[in-house]
Design a protein around this ligand. Sequence first.
Ligand code: NDP
Length: 488
Amino acid sequence: MADLESVGGFIEYAPSRESTDIVTIKDRYQLFIGGKFVDAKSGATFTTINPATEAPLAQVAEAGADDVEAAVKAARKAAPKWAKLAPSERAKVVYRIARQLQERAREFAVLETLDGGKPIKESRDVDVPLAAAHFFYYAGWADKLEWAFANRTARPIGVVGQVIPWNFPLLMAAWKLAPALATGNTVVLKPAETTPLTALLLAEVLQEAEVPPGVVNIVTGAGATGAALVSHPGVDKIAFTGSTGVGRAIQEALAGTGKRLTLELGGKAANIVYEDAAIDQAVEGIVNGIFFNQGHVCCAGSRLLVQESVQELVLDKLHRRMEQLRIGDPLDKNTDVGAINSAEQLGRITELVEAGEAEGGDVWQPSCPIPDKGFWFRPTVIANVAQSHRVVREEIFGPVLSVLTFRTPEEAVAKANNTAYGLSAGIWTEKGSKMLWTANQLKAGVVWSNTFNQFDPTSPFGGFKESGFGREGGIHGLEAYVELEARS
Ligand code: NDP
């Protein structure tokens, strides 16, 4: 095999495009209320586009306050019967959703990639299988709630409003719906404006799985739709994933209302590489940590903390590795980095990288070509930055890595914790004792050791500080959806 230098550092791959034939994209998508697809009462619609081409995909109903009202009413009406259903029957329904998702996995993967811009290999191998796994996992809990909380009886909360973001549209719907349904709640779900299509395809799956009408309602629209849902007095609990700014506004809106709230917000994770780490493995972890899903990941390893003695080696290997990343058509099975989700997000990323450069950072990007149309940003490394710089402090939510150095483990920990966020972190070292010591010092909800971005439905996920509160996944994820009463 020719070495990389002799082929100009880049291996050419023949295109291998996933066919879109499996998906029928409708011209118009409606709201899903009371088990039926209905137009918004105002008749308003918005356009969802393919961010890789800027081509319109479909018109989608824009729910107003009166549609949210109808959805909450439907959820309220369905609540008593759903809560009283034998837990083993509820489990069957949730299992059926999981099975149907698996049956239609390819269709979901292609639609997710078309609407959101993420590489097909990620939607196919990560988003869709994990979404199904969440429904399977929580289906298993539905008839075991009696044993989940020692000496306490779990009851459903009632009607839950769920507002989800655009970075993992189907997976976030699954994270929210699966525990809510397994515990006997009914739901009104608000998908993100730029990625509504897989949630609406999921509505078809809910019908096929015979989820009773009104148990899940889906209202598409923009921030105003989310705000109407959050402030609706008929909702008993809000579960939100998104920006810290909107999370803060929701917390203010809910103060004093007695509504329960869980918030999964932003992050600025430290990925700590000690000098004794397996460097090639660490470089793979750095790449996966920040360039997976174009860096549109709340737990992305966006701050590389590398021990000073190996900085040059790590950056050299990282640059070489990044030259191999394939950027472009998200439907191509070879693509590593897809399209940025929206023009707005591209604007935010561009602005922050310019700020990083203006503050004195050394910006490095690979030489890869990028398509003319669509929203693209080259994977980027910004070295020579200080902890006070915006690119080190603010969540960029794009394929941009800031690099800081440290000399001692104490300095690594101090720098890692010097952030308003506390969602995740990574540690790379061959020494188990150093790994455990470091992990114990880090104020982060999830700490990965010699790996990054590993998810499993059995494992709780959530943050500290401005990354929010409450946990999703595992038995902890059930707690957010139940009222617990002491057993007499
Ligand atoms: P938002 O927080 O605005 O979006 C998340 C969800 O909340 C969307 O469904 C959105 O609707 C909805 N929403 C917006 N405003 C309100 C409101 N006032 N009340 C209730 N719901 C509302 O994130 P953005 O899409 O604007 O992204 C901005 C930044 O947020 C990103 O750059 C990133 O840093 C961060 N972010 C973090 C995420 C995470 O997982 N932690 C996920 C997404 C973003 P709509 O999409 O229609 O605006």
